[in-house]
Design a protein around this ligand. Structure first.
Ligand SMILES: [Zn+2]
Length: 304
């Protein structure tokens, strides 16, 4: 009789766990952490692997506990930065190594501590979206990339401009097939992409300034490159000391037809940037529309 009761209890607990996980899947990361402190059963449910495929830190802006302002370089002071490190340690402990995607908070200043805390505990990472600002050391990027050898996709911001960052990618991450740049794309970036991500298939240089020669270099050199998103980008070159801008029609004249066909442009006004431009909610200004484009998954949204 006692044995039968125990079986019933186990079955009921299993059902409760299953229901909790189905509810928790709708929570953002801050609420999930709060739920983990309620009781042992809730804590167990918050550790379900299916809750941790994507770690989206952008939602911290809307959490009462964090209250991160939507301003560039937020949480740069030591106390706030340490708080973020502790939070990252806790969530990666809950995730048990199941995180495949990390989207950093757009506004929070990134440090070596943040990057390495995540890198040590996310061995299965496939996609990384960097924040807008931060300061990462050479040794920090080397260590992180060594841990993320299975990385396939990155969104690169202006903090990743130094060449030795790309050297680390070339050394430890041979599976990179998708890159998105949210900063200018000049000759130096093009050379780094060609030299250190030779297997690249998709490149997004949407809504940035693109040097024509840099664009030609990647199109000429990367044999596996299938698409390049240049929607709303300014294509320029410097000729005889003067800047020249190129329209799509000009580009057609400069590029081989097979290369031109690889370019994606916005012709219908329905791309993410156009949609965000129509969202003029003052609470999200000045960086909200930029954040929307930055955080989008280029793998599926590349062709709008
Ligand atoms: Zn558009």
């Amino acid at each position: 009789m006692k044995k039968k009761d125990q079986t019933k209890k186990h079955y009921r607990d299993y059902l409760f766990y299953d229901i909790l996980v189905r509810i928790f899947i709708h929570l953002n990361v801050a609420d999930l952490v709060a739920a983990s402190f309620v009781c042992k059963t809730w804590n167990l449910a918050t550790r379900a692997p299916q809750l941790w495929k994507k770690l989206d830190l952008t939602t911290l802006n809307y959490s009462n506990y964090f209250n991160i302002p939507m301003l560039v370089n937020s949480w740069k002071d030591e106390n706030s930065s340490s708080k973020m490190t502790r939070f990252l340690k806790y969530v990666t402990n809950l995730s048990s190594g199941n995180i495949n995607i990390i989207i950093f908070n757009f506004y929070v200043y990134l440090t070596d501590d943040h990057l390495l805390t995540l890198a040590k505990r996310t061995p299965n990472l496939k996609r990384l979206v960097l924040p807008l600002t931060g300061n990462i050391s050479k040794i920090g990027i080397e260590t992180a990339m060594k841990s993320w050898s299975g990385l396939e996709s990155m969104t690169i911001t202006s903090i990743f401009k130094d060449r030795h960052y790309f050297t680390a990618i070339g050394k430890y991450c041979p599976n990179i097939v998708r890159l998105k740049f949210t900063c200018t794309f000049e000759q130096e970036e093009a050379e780094a992409v060609v030299n250190y991500t030779p297997n690249l298939k998709e490149l997004s240089i949407r809504f940035v300034i693109v040097n024509l020669r840099a664009l030609c270099l990647v199109l000429n050199s990367l044999k596996d490159l299938e698409v390049v998103n240049i929607s709303h980008s300014l294509i320029v070159d410097k000729l005889d000391g003067e800047f020249e801008m190129y329209s799509l029609r000009n580009l057609r004249n400069h590029l081989d037809a097979s290369y031109y066909r690889k370019l994606i442009v916005c012709e219908t006004g329905e791309c993410l940037r156009c949609q965000n431009g129509r969202n003029n909610d003052p609470r999200r200004l000045p960086h909200g529309p930029l954040e929307d484009i930055w955080r989008q998954d280029e793998i599926t949204s590349l062709a709008h």
